[in-house]
Structures are given as structure tokens and as C-alpha cells.
Ligand binder design. Structure first.
Ligand SMILES: C[S@@+](CC[C@H](N)C(=O)[O-])C[C@H]1O[C@@H](n2cnc3c(N)ncnc32)[C@H](O)[C@@H]1O
Length: 427
């Protein structure tokens, strides 16, 4: 059966009739209809019956289901799904198959406006493993994008510090006092990195980026969360591994970092701020070099660019965001959980054609994987900590079906009561 190049029923019939060198008069006599009726079908002025669609597909050697869909007859199971989920099912279909499948037609796609309540059970794989080992064992050129938020303070996620966090004993984690009746999330204490620790950070990211380079296909992107105090170290290491820097995504969010007066001298220097109050979070954007031109790479590897927000809106590098909502934290208790509203925007952009596999090698409680599920992308999450891994297994399906508002329409809060942003001070 020939596949159709158009999604217009009349045009599909006409083009195929001409391909088969079948005059209107001959086809009309085989169908036992008038030439005028056939001509009206071809120009979209008449609607065929299902029997007529079947007859036409047989004579013209076209797939009867596809031709039926063009004529407005959906398979009954699809019709039932659409009927039962009039809001979520079309969004899910658009996100899964995308407008690039439909030549000549464009659809607005903005998954942030709607929740997708269909469980994507087979769309993700989770691994409890050290990602360095996992990356070593993974086949070359088998991942299409990496979206991740690594433990860039390094200290915070060591076994000793995690044990202290879980026991509520402090260490680098501090448990903030209740504020206005709200229980606040634990925050890492100001982490003081000396030169040797900064060198260690560089080695960590160089090693990691070299392994990531191997598994990513040419043109594959990395979106990596960092912070303004450490980003230069992380970025230098990633570039050294062979990646091209392609920009930086600015997540506009107020954290509790900076903005304070000199410690123990705040009255004496009441007009002084030691560091700016942080109102943004940088996400480094890198790409493994393409094979040839971007268009060649897109054809061969399905990567090389970023997916547009819609036909008339490219993906932009400043995204308004909020701290992660309490409802998400309750589902996925992890001290560094990222919000779905933001994650869905960057995860969506990471696959320009919506095809391929997203990897989060530092999965935490699975916000990247949940975002990929909500959009309908395949993904893999790797987490070394058994407790966070268990949280992710449970949380991902619940996070994936949450309704989110479009991050761009969310205003920046005055002073977030809760924030699990990590706090760093460099010597
Ligand atoms: C900053 S958190 C990521 C949180 C995540 N963005 C979320 O929304 O839940 C980093 C995670 O990486 C994990 N991790 C640290 N080293 C790892 C390694 N070598 N392999 C895999 N996971 C690791 C930590 O246990 C932690 O859960």
C-alpha cells in the first residue's frame, strides 16, 4: 500500500488517481458514481461514505485506514479515547507524533498548558547505579540528549553528609527553622571550596563529560544545571571534553543564596550586601559537534538543533520559573528537586524532532524523567543512591501527570518561603 503524501482526502485521491493514469471517467464508472460526484470528492465539496472510502482505497491501492482517517472516520478505539479525554488526548498525540509528521500543516505545541494524564509505562528505564560506570558500559552514539542537575558541590551527596541530612544532624546540610508556620526544606550549608576542591570539581566534570561524549550521538545536546559561582569550572571541563558551548539557559528564580549583610557585623555595615541576592540559575547548554551540516545531522541522527515552542516561537534562553511547588516536593522528597513547569520546557527543547532518548545520569527523584514522560519522550534515569532511587521509582508516574502552568506565565515570587537551592561560597 502506498503511503499518503498529503492529509487532504480529495487531494490524496486525485494525486493517486493521476499516478495510476486513471481518468476521472474510468474511475467513476468503476465506482458506479457520476463524474461530477467524483470531481466534488476530489475538490473537497462532497463527503464520502465509509463504503465509498473502502472502494476507493481498493481501486487506488491506498491504505483504507489512513484514507478513512483523512475522510473523517477514526478507528473506533481512537474515537473512544478522544471522546473520553477530549482535552488531554489531542495534546498527548501532538506531543508524541509532532507536527513534522504532517507535511504542509503546523500545529501549536505547548505542553505546559495541559497535563497529560496518560501513563507512559514503557517510555522510561531507571537504573540504580553509579553513572560513571553506567556510561562506560553504554553503547556509543545511543543517547540523543542529556538533561541533568549534577551534585556540583560534591560534598553534599557524599555518604557521610547524606547520613547527617537524613538524621537531621546538620553537617553541610542545615535544617532551617520554621518560618511563618512553614516547615522549610533542608539546605546545604555554605560550601567553602578551596583550590584543591575546585580542581577536584574540574576533574570530576572532565571525566564525566568525556564519558557523556561517547554515548551522545553527534549533534546531541547537554543541558546541565549549575550555579553562577561554579559554572565556569563546569563549562571549561565540558568544553575540554570536546563539546561546543551553545549558550546558557537562564532560569529566573529567586533562591536564598546571597543578599545578606556581613556576618556578625550586619548592624555596623547595614547598607552592605556581601554577595548579590541570587535571582537566576544558569543551565549550561552544550552540543557534541554535528556530522556535517545541521540539516544532515538532523536527518541522520535526529539531533543538532532544539525543538521550537511552536511554529512561530523558537525556544528561548530565559525562562521564568518558581521554586519547586510543595505538592511536587511531597510526591518526590529530594533536597534538590526541580519543578516540572521548568523541566518540561527544557526537556521538550532537547529533542528537536521529538525522537530519541533523553538521559539524566544524576536523576535524583526523577524530575527530568517525569518531564520526559509528560511530553511523551523516551528517557533513562540513573541514580546511585538507593533511597533517592526508590523515591524516583514511586514519584515519576505521579509527577508526570501533574498539571503545570506554563513557566513563562509564572511571575517570580517576592521571597520564596521554601527553596532547596544549594548555597555556595567560594574562597
Ligand atoms: C542535584 S541532585 C539531582 C536532583 C534532580 N534534579 C531532581 O529533581 O530530583 C543530584 C543527584 O545525583 C546523585 N548522584 C551523585 N553522584 C552520582 C553518581 N556518580 N551516579 C549517579 N547518581 C549520582 C545524587 O545522589 C543526587 O540524588
Amino acid at each position: 500500500m502506498k503511503s499518503l503524501d498529503t492529509i487532504d482526502f480529495g487531494q490524496a485521491v486525485k494525486e493517486q488517481r493521476k499516478q495510476l493514469s486513471l481518468p476521472l471517467s474510468r474511475l467513476s464508472s468503476r465506482l458506479k458514481v457520476t463524474k461530477g460526484y467524483l470531481s466534488r470528492l476530489e475538490s473537497g465539496k462532497a463527503v464520502p461514505s465509509l463504503t465509498m472510502v473502502k472502494k476507493l482505497s481498493k481501486i487506488l491501492k491506498l491504505d483504507s485506514t489512513k484514507l478513512g482517517i483523512l475522510a473523517g472516520y477514526l478507528p473506533s478505539d481512537v474515537e473512544k479515547i478522544l471522546y473520553a479525554n477530549p482535552v488531554t488526548a489531542p495534546a498527548f498525540l501532538r506531543e508524541t507524533f509532532g507536527d513534522y509528521y504532517i507535511q504542509g500543516h503546523t500545529m501549536k505545541q505547548n505542553c505546559q498548558e495541559e497535563s497529560v494524564s496518560i501513563a507512559h509505562k514503557t517510555r522510561y528505564e531507571l537504573e540504580q547505579s553509579d553513572c560513571f560506570r553506567w556510561l562506560d558500559e553504554r553503547k556509543s552514539n545511543s543517547i540523543h540528549a542529556i538533561v541533568t542537575d549534577p551534585p556540583y558541590g560534591l560534598k553534599e551527596y557524599t555518604a557521610t553528609e547524606k547520613a547527617k541530612l537524613r538524621n537531621g544532624n546538620g553537617g553541610v546540610w542545615r535544617i532551617p527553622p520554621k518560618l511563618d508556620g512553614y516547615e522549610r526544606q533542608p539546605l546545604p550549608r555554605f560550601t567553602v571550596l578551596n583550590q584543591e576542591e575546585k580542581n577536584e570539581l574540574k576533574r570530576f566534570f572532565l571525566d564525566w563529560a568525556q564519558k557523556a561524549y561517547k554515548v551522545l550521538v553527534p549533534g546531541g545536546h547537554i543541558f546541565i544545571a549549575t550555579n553562577p559561582l561554579l559554572s565556569h569550572i563546569v563549562y571549561e571541563a565540558i568544553e575540554k571534553a570536546g563539546f561546543e558551548k551553545r549558550g546558557e539557559i537562564i532560569r529566573l528564580v529567586q533562591t536564598l543564596r546571597g543578599g545578606d549583610r556581613p556576618k556578625n557585623a550586619h548592624k555596623e555595615f547595614s547598607d552592605v550586601t556581601v554577595m548579590p541576592r541570587s535571582c537566576w540559575e544558569p543551565w549550561g547548554l552544550f552540543r557534541k559537534p554535528c556530522e556535517g551540516r545541521v540539516q544532515d545531522n538532523l536527518r541522520k541522527w535526529k539531533t543538532g538543533g532544539l525543538r521550537r515552542v511552536s511554529n512561530d516561537q523558537p525556544f528561548c534562553d530565559v525562562i521564568k520559573s518558581s521554586p519547586t511547588r510543595t505538592s511536587e516536593r511531597e510526591i518526590a522528597p529530594h533536597p534538590s528537586l526541580k519543578p516540572q513547569a521548568f523541566m518540561r520546557q527544557i526537556v521538550r527543547a532537547a529533542l528537536p524532532l521529538g525522537q530519541g532518548v533523553i538521559l539524566d545520569p544524576f536523576m535524583g527523584a526523577g524530575s527530568t524523567i517525569a518531564a520526559a514522560c509528560a511530553i511523551g519522550y523516551r528517557s533513562i534515569g540513573v541514580e546511585s543512591d538507593p533511597e533517592f532511587y526508590r523515591v524516583a521509582v514511586k514519584a515519576i508516574p505521579q509527577l508526570a501527570v501533574l498539571k503545570t502552568t506554563n513557566g513563562n506565565s509564572v511571575s517570580i515570587p517576592e521571597l520564596p518561603i521554601e527553596s532547596q537551592e544549594e548555597l555556595f561560597v567560594l574562597r
